[in-house]
Design a protein around this ligand. Structure first.
Ligand code: HEC
Length: 190
């Protein structure tokens, strides 16, 4: 008989757990968060990009470092600094410097020292920068500011024009610093 009691209390516990799960399930389904709005098609289009290292996915447009200097001064300098070393307290990262430092005790990860592909700069800035206003730059402005960062990192010349073609041809200093992931399923984006 005491066996029955034990099972019975277990059953009660189980019942309570099931009831709780049901309640939380219902709550999760009907919960309405009081913030955010559904993005419009234009808002999605403003940050929707998949730029590949070989240039696929890069949009039309172009820009050089000379034009990018103005974009940088207006839209980026507050957080990334005049010297592109990042401004303390803003979270803005250093964008240049540290070349050759990866893997040493003084590792400094920047676009110049770490990023293997220049196309990623365009891709990242388009979808994420300026931090407080992603999607606000035109493609020409993004090509220009990308060129400015690459020029300041001594990777391209001041008047080199960046577009879908030329950006894919830029050789980044750390392009050989990565190894391929041999799992077949990670390459199916091609
Ligand atoms: C309001 C501050 C702010 C502004 C303005 C801003 N950024 Fe940033 N930026 C950040 C922060 C914060 C991060 C780090 C984000 C993270 O790690 O998720 C960042 C990261 C980056 C990175 C990646 C650095 C790395 O090595 O990971 C790049 C490139 C970049 N920003 C470029 C730009 C450009 C170009 C502009 C101007 C068009 C810009 N940012 C404007 C705050 C800012």
């Amino acid at each position: 008989m005491f066996e029955f009691d034990r099972n019975n209390s277990r059953a009660k516990l189980l019942g309570a757990a099931v009831a709780l799960l049901c309640v939380s399930g219902v709550a999760a389904k009907s919960q309405v968060f009081d913030f955010g709005t559904t993005p419009t098609a234009e808002e999605i289009a403003a940050v929707d990009i998949d730029a590949m290292p070989d240039g696929r996915g890069l949009p039309a447009g172009s820009g050089s470092a000379s034009a990018g200097e103005a974009v940088y001064g207006e839209k980026c300098v507050a957080c990334h600094g005049e010297d592109l070393q990042g401004v303390k307290g803003t979270g803005g990262a250093a964008l240049i410097g540290g070349r050759g430092s990866i893997g040493t005790e003084k590792t400094k990860k920047t676009v110049e020292s770490y990023w293997p592909y220049a196309s990623t700069v365009f891709d990242y800035v388009k979808r994420a920068m300026p931090f407080h206003e992603p999607g606000s730059l035109t493609n020409d402005e993004i090509y220009a500011v990308t060129a400015y960062i690459l020029h300041k990192g001594n990777i391209i010349g001041k008047d080199d024009v960046m577009d879908a073609n030329s950006l894919a041809k830029v050789e980044m200093p750390n392009k050989d610093g990565f190894i391929s992931d041999p799992r077949p399923d990670v390459h199916n984006y091609q």
